[in-house]
Each structure stands twice: as C-alpha cells, then as structure tokens.
Design a protein around this ligand. Structure first.
Ligand code: OOG
Ligand code: NI
Length: 470
C-alpha cells in the first residue's frame, strides 16, 4: 500500500476524530464554548509553566485530544463497533461494570476503544468509551421487557454493510486509498449522527421508567455520539471559567482531588446538555415536536498511570473518604469532601514523581541520559542507583483509560430520573472474558499495557548501558 492519497490507520483515526468534533460542535453548540475555553486554559498553562506543562503530552497532542462515548444494545452491534474502530487502530481496553456503582447503577457494561502503542498514542490518542446494554440483568428488566427489547434491537441496523466492508479492508490493509478513505469516513461519522427519525414515545417512556440510559440505547433505531470530551491542563481553572460564562457545571470534579502532589489518573467534570428538539411519534401515530435531553458536555485532565498497587492505594483512600463522609454527615462536620480528600492525599500519597516511581506506585518509561558527563564510573546495576547518579531519566506514562466510579457519576449526574434497580435478585454475570466474546476481540488489561511499556523501556536501557536486567 502507498501512494500520495493513501491514508494510513493513524491518519484515518485523526481525520475521524476531527470530523466527529466538527459534527458534534454543530449539534451541541455548548461544546464549541467548552473547546474554546479549554484552548484558552491550555495556552495560559503553557505560558505559565513552560516545558513543564508538556510533561504529560506535547501540546499538539493535548489540544487535539478527545474521547467520545457511545452506547449500543447487543453483542452483535458491539462486534460491529469493534470492526469500525479496528480500522482506526483502536482496540478494546478494560472492563467497566457500571451496574454495580452503589448510588448510581446503570444497566451497562463498558470498555474503551483506543490505540495501545506509544507511537500511535502520540500521533493521535482518540478513544471512545463504549457501553453495552445488559437486558439479561433481571434487576433492571423483567422477562417480558427483555424479550421486547431484544426483538427491537435485533431488527435495527446501526452500521451499513458498505461501512463494515470498508472497515474490514482498512484494518487488513492498514489504511485506505483516498476515495475509499473519504467514503469510509463519511459513513463512519454519519453512523454516530443524531437521527432525525421520530422517536416512538410510548416505547421510549417504557424504557425510561427502568433507566434513562436504557431508553437512550434501546428506545431509538440508531446510535449517536453521546459526548465528546476535550482534554485540559488545568481543570479547576476551566471549571471556574465555564461557571463565569454562565454554564452550570455539575457540583464536583470527579476523581483525585486537587492537591500539591503529581496529577494522577483522571479528573473529569461536566455540564448538562440542554433539551434537544426531537420528533416524537404519539401512540395515535401522529408526530409532534418534543425534546429529549440525552447529551452533555464533559472535560477532563489526565495524569500519570498508576500501577496495580498505586490503584489499590487510590481506591483505599476513596473508600476512607466515603466512610468518613458517612460518619461526618451525622456529626455535622464542616470540611467539604474536597478539603477532606486533599488532607487524606497529603497524608498518604507520595508527593513527588520520584517517590511514586521508587515505591512502584506509578508507571514510567526509562531512558538513558545521552549527555551524562563521562566521569569514568561504571553504571550501577539497579534502577534507583541509575536514577540517582543521573544515568537514567524517568518519563511519566499518561493514564489513557477511565475510572468506573467517575463514569457512573457522569452517567448519573446527567440523567433526569435515577431509574430503578431492584436489589435482592442475582445480577446477570458479565465480565471481561464475556465482553471479549461479545466484541469478538480480546479486551486488553490496561495495567498489563502500562507494565509492558515500562518493561520494554527498561530492556532498552539495559541494552544501551550494556548491563544486565534492571
Ligand atoms: C459514558 C460515561 C463514561 C467517562 O468519561 O467516564 C465516560 C456515557 O455517558 O455513555 O464517558
Ligand atoms: Ni466521558
């Protein structure tokens, strides 16, 4: 393959992300405001902090960086999504069970499609959080509703055959020639456009009584991009500026607190979308103009990827914060959750990248320092020694994934009703293996990906310095 009008996998991915962004900006005007404010904030941070601002990604990558969210109804639809994103070099990573979030259960299990290779991520890190409805979970759907839902979903077509054929070709050939690329991009972006087809009101409302997410997925004959999230370097500043512009944000930033130590994992916040006009088909067959509120704006700041141990520490701190909150609510304690989180992190989380690396709590790639003065010493054989004596430098690996709790919170904070999950019944079992079977591709373990990236960099260090494994 080749030729001047050839689009390689990453170019297809970048073009898809850019076109989706243009389409979404037309559909949801507040998104354009969000993107403007995010750009302003990023420029300011770059001016204030200089090169340090780019420690977690070059500004070119960060400015173009987006994640989308989509929701589908059946394993067959998910497998088709896998083919479309496979054409863009995006693989399913991670398993998220959002049915289990205590205060905010939604009847879906999810994964994220994204590039996995460091070079590909640097070229364009576009990712899509992808959720699959769980009609087999009796806590949400009784047998009758499940049967109706599965019949409805089985009869719709989200992705035209021509799109899937082009996707398969692009994946096999790792790109497409100009004309085919153009057609593929048009069809792919079109598949995620909000449909103008009238919504069957009675059916939509039946599902809405179970969950607004179930209605959004199974109440219509098409899918759509649900939100498109830019990345910002200072999410607290962004939150203030959006509020100043009169956009009402949800009441918190989800994820780790703002504190004096390194940014880790992912911090996100959002605002409610406005009602969008939609045609509704009434039970008597007439069509009226109505409105649905399904889409919203979200923004995020990304930090360093934690190791399994680091993540366990993070989860433990979060659990403590919840427990204290529950206790404090009775005692009428004054500090806000954000204040308490900051105090807890300051007491228990390492304050420097160096300490994170030393305790194996976060992931880094390691690189031989090219211009280290030649002082006749031989390099030490251990990593702390190599770092201390300046032979090797550690660059943080950016967290490319999502947080189940923030995801559930984002879903829920933007829904009208809270829906119903009947407890006391056994939930249907879904796990990462089941999801791999549904999508027809291995759902990869994010921790293993970060570990692999770190290990490969250490292998290169050992080779370049001519020392044994570090
Ligand atoms: C997905 C919500 C999760 C995130 O950033 O955590 C998500 C959805 O609303 O479909 O996008
Ligand atoms: Ni999101």
């Amino acid at each position: 393959p080749g030729g001047t009008d050839w689009l390689a996998t990453w170019q297809l991915r970048a073009a898809f992300a850019a076109r989706l962004s243009t389409m979404y900006g037309r559909e949801v005007p507040a998104y354009a405001t969000l993107v403007d404010v995010a750009r302003e904030v990023n420029e300011d941070v770059l001016r204030e902090r200089g090169a340090d601002a780019e420690r977690l990604g070059a500004i070119g990558r960060v400015t173009a960086e987006r994640h989308g969210a989509i929701r589908v109804g059946t394993p067959a639809e998910l497998a088709q999504v896998g083919r479309v994103f496979g054409a863009l070099g995006m693989r399913p990573v991670g398993f998220y069970d959002l049915r289990e979030a205590a205060a905010s259960a939604v009847p879906v299990v999810s994964t994220a499609f994204r590039p996995v290779d460091g070079v590909e991520l640097a070229r364009n890190p576009f990712r899509v959080f992808t959720s699959l409805l769980t009609p087999a979970d009796p806590r949400f759907f009784d047998a009758g509703l499940r049967a109706r839902l599965e019949r409805f979903l089985g009869e719709r077509e989200l992705f035209p055959a021509e799109l899937l054929a082009l996707a398969d070709r692009a994946e096999t050939e790792q790109g497409l020639p100009g004309g085919a690329a153009e057609r593929f991009l048009q069809l792919a972006v079109g598949a995620f456009k909000l449909s103008a087809e009238p919504v069957d009101r009675a059916w939509y409302e039946t599902l809405e009584r179970v969950s607004a997410v179930a209605a959004d997925i199974g109440g219509v004959r098409s899918t759509h991009i649900n939100h498109l999230t830019p990345r910002v370097l200072d999410i607290d500043a962004l939150y203030r500026r959006m509020t100043d512009r009169g956009v009402r944000m949800i009441d918190a930033i989800q994820g780790p607190p703002k504190w004096e130590g390194p940014d880790v994992l992912l911090r996100q916040t959002s605002f409610r979308a406005l009602d969008e006009p939609r045609a509704l088909r009434q039970p008597d067959g007439s069509v009226v103009r109505g409105a649905l509120r399904v889409r919203f704006g979200e923004v995020e700041a990304r930090g360093i990827a934690l190791s399994r141990r680091g993540r366990a520490l993070y989860d433990a701190l979060l659990a403590r914060l919840d427990a204290e909150g529950a206790a404090g609510a009775h005692a009428g304690a004054a500090p806000t959750r954000a204040d308490r989180a900051r105090a807890l992190w300051s007491g228990h989380f390492p304050r420097t990248e160096h300490a994170l690396a030393e305790h194996g709590l976060a992931h880094f790639t390691y690189h031989v320092v090219a211009d280290r003065p030649r002082d006749g010493c031989t390099p030490p054989a251990d990593l702390p020694g190599l770092l201390r004596a300046g032979w090797v430098r550690a660059d943080p690996i950016v967290y490319e994934d999502f947080l189940p709790r923030s995801a559930a919170g984002i879903f829920q904070s933007n829904l009208d009703g809270s829906g119903t999950r009947k407890d006391g019944e056994e939930g249907a079992a879904y796990d990462s293996d089941w999801l791999s079977g549904a999508v027809g591709r291995d759902v990869l373990d994010p921790f293993a990906l970060y570990e692999g990236q770190q290990e490969r960099s250490l292998g290169r260090v050992a080779e370049e310095l001519g020392i044994g494994r570090v």
